[in-house]
Design a protein around this ligand. Structure first.
Ligand code: CP
Ligand code: NVA
Length: 308
């Protein structure tokens, strides 16, 4: 079963093939007259379940549109409205859904929920974000970097802020795609050793740098994300803002990166918290290309899962 659970669990050659396939699909689609369906409809006759236990704009819409562009059909399910939210086990839910649909994408809280779903499903399962990782996002981010600047291998990526789920998947990608990674943020919000260890084990240079200005020296790509994630308690908000304000991505910080450095954010952004509007809307920013590329990258992920 080809589940797409995490970047470090997927073969590096397969990841590369997915990025290439996403790029080819994007070009083919953009070359086609508007309104005409794609020539290739690899998901014709297939049904995809999209389960959300947390809010979403990009993941929800990009998966739904991606399946339809490939000729398949979707059903968007809210975890709360399913029996899953009323005590039915994840294992039983996985077994039942597998009798109806060809592919399951789930956005959930605990990683254990995703893993249990994958263990008991007899169709592929895709990780649409957990508290720990967000692999689909980083596939789109690698694709976006390479569209603008060529191969990401050997580049210097700097993450500023909270070492969260998106940061974790970036570390997995550092190992799999061969780039170096610097984290700049408070010690208490550093990414888990396990994620850092994976990247280092694959030969990436990973640095923890408390000083944000020093961290971004020589950066090819500066990335940040919200200071408070969906799974973080509301009570963390004030403390996080105090701890993280020195790590805001603003023009002064970007001025210390390479002149042609890109800026990325998975979105949704909290403008003027983790990033200023000047950077979000400025010349380094590729945030809306990233959002678009969720669509193309996930189409490639789904095709890989289904072998079509
Ligand atoms: N970046 C991302 O996953 O966005 P959504 O939460 O809107 O899906
Ligand atoms: N770190 C964020 C990402 C949202 C796409 C969260 O988990 O809320």
């Amino acid at each position: 079963m080809k589940h797409f659970l995490d970047i470090h669990k997927t073969d590096a050659a397969d990841l590369r093939a997915m990025i290439n396939s996403a790029r080819a699909m994007k070009i083919a689609r953009n070359d086609r007259p508007k309104g005409e369906p794609d020539d290739v409809q690899p998901l014709a006759g297939r049904m995809v379940a999209l389960i959300f236990e947390k809010p979403s704009t990009r993941t929800r819409v990009s998966f739904d549109v991606g399946v339809r562009q490939m000729g398949g059909q979707t059903m968007v399910l809210s975890g709360k409205e399913m029996q899953l939210g009323h005590g039915e086990t994840i294992a039983d839910t996985a077994r039942v859904l597998s009798r109806y649909v060809d592919l399951i994408m789930i956005r959930t809280y605990e990683e254990a929920t995703l893993l249990e779903m994958a263990e008991h499903a007899t169709v592929p399962v895709i990780n649409g974000l957990t508290n720990r990782t967000h692999p689909c996002q980083i596939m789109a981010d690698v694709m976006t970097y390479e569209e603008h600047r060529g191969p990401i291998a050997g580049r210097q990526v700097v993450w500023a802020g909270d070492g969260n789920n998106v940061c974790a998947s970036f570390l997995h990608a550092a190992g799999q795609f061969g780039f170096d990674f610097t984290f700049t943020g408070p010690e208490t919000l550093e990414p888990e050793d396990k994620f850092v260890g994976f990247a280092r084990g694959k030969g990436s240079r990973v640095v923890m740098e408390r000083d944000p200005l020093r961290a971004v020296q020589g950066a090819d790509l500066v990335v940040t994300d919200t200071w408070v994630s969906m799974h973080d308690p509301e009570s963390a908000k004030e403390r996080r803002h105090n701890q993280l304000s020195p790590y805001q991505v603003n023009d002064a910080l970007m001025a210390h990166a390479k002149p042609d450095a890109l800026f990325m954010h998975c979105l949704p952004a909290h403008r003027n918290d983790e990033v200023t509007s000047a950077v979000m809307d400025g010349p380094h920013s590729v945030v809306f290309d990233e959002a678009e590329n969720r669509l193309h990258a996930q189409k490639a992920v789904m095709r890989w899962c289904l072998g079509v």
